[in-house]
Structures are given as structure tokens and as C-alpha cells.
Design a binder for this molecule. Structure first.
Ligand SMILES: *[C@@H]1O[C@H](CO)[C@@H](O)[C@H](O)[C@H]1NC(C)=O
Ligand SMILES: *[C@@H]1O[C@H](CO)[C@@H](O)[C@H](O)[C@H]1NC(C)=O
Ligand SMILES: *[C@@H]1O[C@H](CO)[C@@H](O)[C@H](O)[C@H]1NC(C)=O
Ligand SMILES: *[C@@H]1O[C@H](CO)[C@@H](O)[C@H](O)[C@H]1NC(C)=O
Ligand SMILES: *[C@@H]1O[C@H](CO)[C@@H](O)[C@H](O)[C@H]1NC(C)=O
Ligand SMILES: *[C@@H]1O[C@H](CO)[C@@H](O)[C@H](O)[C@H]1NC(C)=O
Length: 512
């Protein structure tokens, strides 16, 4: 079953930013994210290889740190002749195009996931989803095509009469959101486009002119968990469709919450299908959205995607990454192996007393599908979190009175403190929404496996702050602790309780 990724519905029309025609700049990457200092956030990468050089077009994420909405006004491009998961030399072209300068019919903003391919005429065609100005369609997203003699531009409209695909073009009856185009120029010169989000995946053949939509629409429904971000490619005689998948549920092989996406793929023996689901190749990443592109350069295949891992990054401040993609040619069709996600070496962080990241986290009450128990000990506290950035007990009018969270270690730890960062959207005492708990306390598992309350020497703070006071207690040697959270409310109706982070403090410092 597909659950909507709620944040994707927040398509705000961004204010036109100051056009930044800053020229390209070179930098050395030491691993993922490719540009990690947060100076230019990039999402929705689409790779292209020309003459052994990798060109990655991306959208530019410019949302302020605490704004939960895409704010994307331009496309940029990362270029490297020596790409590697360990880094390499790169050049960033920060302003390759903007919707309203490419297409006279487009509004500014919403520079969403584009792809550039080389046509049989040698020119470069950019398929760009933008919003149409003065659109009479229910959803104004439309796909335009721009063309250039060089991958880095300048691009001009290849189809000045308007978009090639919208809710009314090439024919009425398309009621999806028309974004995320992926295009393949096949070995025989035929051209194919697929696109669509929120679980809808449509495809057409295009004329070799790259802009004329040729055949009846193909609707793909066989790719299990398909959510958005298709990537069409061919290797040997097999067509591959990579995509962002969401099939949240307790037994999901892929997505722990309704907000996450993993990368999965299917195969077909002809470009218009039928498509057969194959497997998941990249688990969830640190951003709620995920977006694949795959390409072979200098004899090595890479998966290009985005994460929230750059400095100051977030779900709407993403940064592109690249990792080696390998094939299992003993299978037919050849399988894509699970991709090993890598990061640049971390600069040595100072040791910490918090041993929660080493624990296994669990909730005794079932965690509703939009929240994430792993958020308890990820050491990320967002000021304006999305639901998977915290654990929560909220179930409409049925939130439980008592909630129990558990940390279990596979070794004995000596603890003398704890802290909890709460999230709330209602005031203390509320019996609805999410409110601070009425009370909470911590127990540890003693040598005879019994739960004992820790002897706290300071009180348990109940305020909603991202830097709460620590609760100190007499040291305990244990393999597990649990937090009992009593919700506010009464008479059978209780507020939800939400925890962004729960620290378990050891008596000794640990390096991470
Ligand atoms: C981030 O890295 C880029 C590339 O090395 C550099 O040009 C830029 O000045 C850096 N920005 C900050 C804020 O450190
Ligand atoms: C690729 O190489 C060919 C042959 O040298 C050259 O004509 C063409 O301009 C190059 N294209 C790019 C994008 O570098
Ligand atoms: C949209 O309509 C307004 C009012 O008619 C017009 O001024 C504007 O130029 C139109 N925009 C585009 C991009 O066509
Ligand atoms: C204990 O857990 C850590 C982190 O989860 C893991 O790296 C380690 O291998 C585990 N040790 C044992 C003995 O299971
Ligand atoms: C232990 O915590 C409770 C609840 O916050 C508090 O009332 C009590 O004063 C604390 N004990 C000490 C010794 O501070
Ligand atoms: C726990 O014990 C260590 C070692 O005595 C001490 O440095 C630390 O401040 C204590 N932490 C708390 C929360 O009391």
C-alpha cells in the first residue's frame, strides 16, 4: 500500500530569488555529499556522461533552515572528469537555467527534477518540469524541453509553442502531477520518456525530434512501491527503471515510515515494458525524499542520489552524493547489487557521554506509521521537524495514556543521567494533539532482570525545549533502560507524546 508523502504536497510557489549568475567554481570533494559544506544545496540529480566526463544536473534547494517546503528557483550542474565515491575534482555551475528564462510560458520557481540527454543530432536536450503560468489545468506542472550545443548550456526552448506534457497535453485525461521526467535515447535512435509522482508512472515514445509525443500513453502499475523519481536506462539488452519507492508498514523491506523513500528498480525487455519489479538497491537516506540516477563513466557504474547530510542540511536542503553501483551478471537479467552508501571521513568529533546511539531503540506501544523510533537516538534535533524526525504516540482520538520506550545494549553500560527533547503542538495539560507529558521517569533492568526506578537526584523536566536540563541519577550498571511517559489528559482522552531525542548518559566518555 502506498501512503502519501505529505510534505511533497507542500508545493509552495517560491519567491523569485536574486538571479545568481555567479560563474562556475572548482572544488575538491573528499566524499559524500559531493559538496558538503552547505554552501549550495542540491537535490534531484540526473547524471549524463559525455566524453568520459560526468555532468549532473540538479535543482538548487534554497529553503531556509526551518521551512518545510521545497524552495527551488534554478538548476545547477556538477561536472567531473574524475568522479569517485571518495571525492574527486569537481566544478559547480550554479546557474545553468531558470524556469522562466527557459520557457516564456513558465512561472518562476519550482525548478524540479530535470534530466539532460544527448539527442541523435548531438545536441543536449533538457527535460524540465516547471509550473505553467496561467494554466487552466488543475495541476499546473508541465514538462518543457530546452536545447543546447553544450551540456552546461546556454539552453533555449526547443518547443516554443509550450510544454510537451501537461494535464491537457498531448491529450486531456492526464490528471497526475507531471514532474520527474526521465528520457532514454535508445541504440536504434528511438526516444522514450517516463514521468510522474504520487504513485503514478506514465510513459510515451517521442519522435526523434525529441519534442513530439508520439504514441498512446503507457501506464505502469507493476513496479511495487513506485512513488516517484523514475530513472530509465539500458544495459546490454535489458531496460532498467530505478525509482523512489515507499511501501511503509511494519514488514516493509524498504521504508519504516510513510515519509521515507528507498531506491528500488524493475526491468523490462522492451522500453515500454511490461515492467517486472526486481529489488531494493538503496535503503532510506537521511532526507525523506530519495532520487536515483545511474550512469557508467570510465568503466565504473555509479548511483547518484541526494541526502540531508551536508552541513546545515535537511529534507528541503539536500545535497547530492554518488556511490559505486555493481552488477550481478550471473543472473538474467543482470541484477543490480545493493549499493553501499558511503560518506566522507568525519572530522574527529569530541567524545560524548551519550551512549544512546549504541543502543537498540524500541517502543512497547506500536509506533504510528508516520513517526520513527530510530529518531530517538540519531543525535539530530530539528527545530521544525517532520513526523519521522521524532517518535510519537499520537493516534487521533485514541492516544494511549502510558507509553514505554526502551533502550537495550549488547553490553553493560554504567549510566548516571538522561535527557529528553520533547516536541509538542499543544500546551501542557491538553487532552488532544501532541502535548508535553504529564510525567516521565526512567527505570533500569537490574542484575535479576527486574525493572527498577533510577534514583534521580534532580527532577525530570517537562518543558518543550531543544536543550533540556539533564536528569541526574545514582550510577547504575545495566544492559537496558526504559522511559515511562504518562500522557496529559484524563477521562479516557489523552494527548500524544513526542520525543525528538532521548539521551542515555554514561559515567565515562566514549569516542564516536
Ligand atoms: C564551501 O566549499 C566551496 C568549495 O570548496 C567553497 O568555494 C566555499 O567557499 C565553501 N563555503 C563555505 C561557507 O565554507
Ligand atoms: C566530445 O568530443 C568530441 C570529439 O572530440 C567533440 O567534438 C565534442 O565537442 C565533445 N563534447 C563535449 C561536450 O565535450
Ligand atoms: C499570464 O496572464 C497575465 C494576465 O493576462 C499576463 O499578463 C501574463 O503575461 C501571462 N503570463 C504568461 C507567462 O503567459
Ligand atoms: C554490539 O552492538 C554494536 C553496535 O550496534 C555492534 O557494532 C557490535 O558488533 C555489537 N557487539 C556484539 C558483541 O554483538
Ligand atoms: C526526582 O524526580 C521527581 C520528578 O521530577 C522530582 O519530583 C524529585 O524531586 C526528583 N528527586 C530529586 C532528589 O531531585
Ligand atoms: C556522570 O559521572 C561522570 C563521572 O563521574 C561525571 O563526569 C558526569 O558529570 C556525571 N553525569 C551526570 C549527568 O551526572
Amino acid at each position: 500500500m502506498i501512503f502519501p508523502l505529505l510534505q511533497l504536497a507542500l508545493h509552495t510557489i517560491a519567491v523569485t530569488a536574486q538571479t545568481d549568475h555567479a560563474s562556475s567554481f572548482a572544488f575538491t570533494s573528499n566524499g559524500n555529499p559531493i559538496l558538503s559544506n552547505g554552501s549550495w544545496y542540491s537535490g534531484d540529480p540526473a547524471p549524463l556522461v559525455v566524453n568520459d566526463t560526468l555532468y549532473i544536473i540538479t535543482g538548487h534547494d534554497t529553503a531556509p533552515a526551518n521551512e518545510n517546503a521545497f524552495n527551488m528557483n534554478e538548476w545547477g550542474m556538477f561536472v567531473s572528469a574524475s568522479p569517485s565515491a571518495d571525492g574527486g575534482e569537481w566544478t559547480l555551475y550554479p546557474n545553468v537555467a531558470e524556469p522562466q528564462t527557459l520557457f516564456s510560458w513558465a512561472e518562476p520557481g519550482s525548478a524540479y527534477a530535470a534530466q539532460i540527454v544527448q539527442g541523435t543530432d548531438g545536441k543536449f536536450y533538457m527535460y524540465a518540469p516547471v509550473t505553467e503560468a496561467n494554466s487552466s489545468n488543475e495541476d499546473a506542472f508541465a514538462i518543457g524541453v530546452a536545447v543546447s550545443d553544450a551540456p552546461t548550456g546556454p539552453y533555449t526552448d526547443a518547443h516554443p509553442s509550450g510544454p510537451i506534457i501537461s494535464q491537457s497535453i498531448p491529450s486531456p485525461g492526464n490528471n497526475i502531477q507531471n514532474i520527474d521526467p526521465t528520457v532514454l535515447v535508445d541504440d536504434d535512435g528511438k526516444v522514450y520518456i517516463y514521468f510522474g509522482t504520487f504513485g503514478a508512472l506514465l510513459g510515451y515514445e517521442l519522435d526523434p525530434d525529441m519534442v513530439t509525443v508520439k504514441t498512446d500513453v503507457t501506464k505502469v502499475t507493476s513496479l511495487t512501491g513506485y512513488f516517484e523519481a523514475p530513472w530509465l536506462m539500458k544495459r546490454q539488452d535489458t531496460y532498467y527503471m530505478l525509482f523512489a519507492a515507499n511501501n511503509a508498514g511494519p514488514d516493509s523491506p524498504c521504508t519504516p515510515t510513510s515519509y521515507h523513500a528507498c531506491i528500488a528498480y524493475g526491468t523490462a525487455s522492451s522500453p515500454m515494458g511490461p515492467w517486472t519489479f526486481q529489488d531494493v538497491i538503496l535503503p532510506v537516506v537521511s532526507s525523506t525524499t530519495s532520487h536515483p540516477g545511474a550512469v557508467e563513466v570510465n568503466g565504473e557504474w555509479y548511483l547518484v542520489y541526494h541526502t540531508a547530510d551536508a552541513a546545515g542540511g535537511g529534507h528541503f536542503r539536500r545535497s547530492i552524493a554518488l556511490d559505486v553501483l555493481t552488477w550481478d551478471d550471473t543472473q538474467s537479467p543482470a541484477k543490480i547489487n545493493v549499493v553501499d552508501q558511503t560518506w566522507a571521513p568525519k572530522s574527529s568529533t569530541s567524545p560524548t557521554y551519550n551512549v544512546a546511539p549504541k543502543a537498540k531503540a524500541s517502543s512497547v506501544n506500536e509506533t504510528p506509521i508516520q513517526y520513527w523510533v530510530e529518531a530517538l537516538h540519531d543525535e539530530i534535533v530539528r527545530e521544525n521537524p517532520l513526523p519521522p524526525d521524532y517518535w510519537c504516540s499520537w493516534i487521533d482520538t485514541d492516544s494511549p495514556r502510558v507509553n514505554t520506550l526502551v533502550y537495550t545494549w549488547n553490553e553493560t553500560v554504567q549510566l548516571n543521567g538522561t535527557s529528553m527533547v520533547f516536541f509538542a503542538d499543544h500546551a501542557a495539560g491538553a487532552n488532544e494533539g501532541v502535548a508535553p507529558p504529564q510525567e516521565w521517569y526512567v527505570e533500569y533492568r537490574d542484575h535479576s532482570e527486574r525493572w527498577q526506578r533510577v534514583e534521580n537526584t534532580t527532577s525530570y523536566p517537562l518543558g518543550v525545549t531543544d536543550s533540556p536540563d539533564v536528569v541526574r541519577f545514582e550510577p547504575v550498571d545495566t544492559g537496558a533502560i526504559r522511559a515511562i511517559l504518562v500522557a496529559s489528559g484524563g477521562n479516557g482522552q489523552y494527548a500524544g507524546v513526542a520525543v525528538k531525542e532521548w539521551e542515555a548518559l554514561s559515567t565515562t566518555l566514549h569516542s564516536v
